[in-house]
Design a protein around this ligand. Structure first.
Ligand SMILES: NC(=O)c1ccc[n+]([C@@H]2O[C@H](COP(=O)([O-])OP(=O)(O)OC[C@H]3O[C@@H](n4cnc5c(N)ncnc54)[C@H](OP(=O)(O)O)[C@@H]3O)[C@@H](O)[C@H]2O)c1
Length: 251
């Protein structure tokens, strides 16, 4: 089960963090992986490491917030890989500031990156998947879309909208052979959360709040993603799976 040989996976935001762990996991199951990020040097380094593990990798630098550039890059790589079977729409950004002083331009930037561009790139890829009658789309949501938290108003709004989009796309894409699901990570140790895991007070709070009493690591998400990306999970669609050490199901 869960053999991905012969399949092609595009993972946005995969030069590090959750996306990199996902590329390793999908590649480890036999998929050809197309990795992405904005920094070509970091992406080349990640590609070298993955190739060292025997994974077939294409490095595709683009900024997901520049939709024209991103679509062009995706169409270009399609000439080489043929089609995309698995799309992990993972890249995301954060801006932390309290609501009453949160700048509108930051709200718009985060919403555009974390929602609008996910919609536009996902739809572009879904059009190709629909023409082949098969596809697996997985979005990266967040527990902050399930539980409110101070200081992340734009991020939470975008991720909650993504959760809604998962259900709506499941309704619309099922007849095309495409499943649409999301993982909702809890607190995972990556560059995105570095200011939090550098903060001993926050970590103490987290260890008290999470039943498993620890930070997550990117590899914690890999098995959930492989499951959602696999042919065998074909009857699972429109679902959001929290991978959070129990945080969102307990008080
Ligand atoms: N870490 C957590 O606790 C947590 C919790 C819930 C949800 N998430 C979500 O998980 C996803 C991955 O987060 P992470 O923690 O792994 O973050 P990360 O360690 O900061 O990695 C982000 C990745 O995305 C790339 N990226 C950032 N902006 C991009 C853009 N505009 N276009 C293309 N690539 C871009 C980065 O490379 P470049 O900088 O080179 O572009 C990097 O490869 C995000 O959607 C995040 O919201 C994370």
């Amino acid at each position: 089960m869960f053999d991905l040989s012969g399949q092609v996976a595009l993972i946005t935001g995969s030069s590090r963090g959750i996306g990199y762990a996902a590329a390793r996991a999908l590649g480890g199951q036999g998929a050809v992986v197309v990795i992405n990020g904005r920094d070509p040097a970091a992406l080349a380094q990640a590609a070298t490491e993955l190739r060292g593990e025997g994974i077939t990798v294409h490095a595709l630098p683009f900024d997901m917030s520049d939709i024209d550039q991103a679509v062009k890059a995706i169409d270009e790589v399609l000439k080489t890989v043929g089609r995309i079977d698995i799309f992990f729409a993972n890249a995301g950004i954060q801006h932390r500031e309290l609501l009453l002083s949160f700048p509108l331009r930051e709200f718009e930037r985060v919403i555009f990156a974390n929602l609008t561009s996910q919609w536009a790139l996902g739809r572009h890829i879904a059009q190709g998947m629909a023409s082949h009658g098969y596809g697996r789309i997985v979005f990266t949501g967040s527990v902050t879309a399930l539980l409110g938290r101070q200081g992340v108003t734009a991020y939470t709004a975008a991720k909650a909208a993504l959760h809604g989009l998962v259900r709506q796309w499941a309704a619309e894409l099922s007849e095309s052979g495409i499943t649409v699901n999301a993982i909702a990570p809890g607190y995972i140790k990556t560059e995105l959360t570095k200011n939090l895991w550098d903060d001993a007070k926050f970590t103490a709070w987290l260890q008290d709040r999470v039943p498993q009493k620890r930070w997550g690591v990117p590899d914690d998400l890999a098995s959930a993603l492989v499951f959602m990306a696999a042919r065998e999970s074909g009857f699972v669609t429109g679902q959001i799976l929290a991978v959070d050490g129990g945080m969102s199901s307990t008080m």
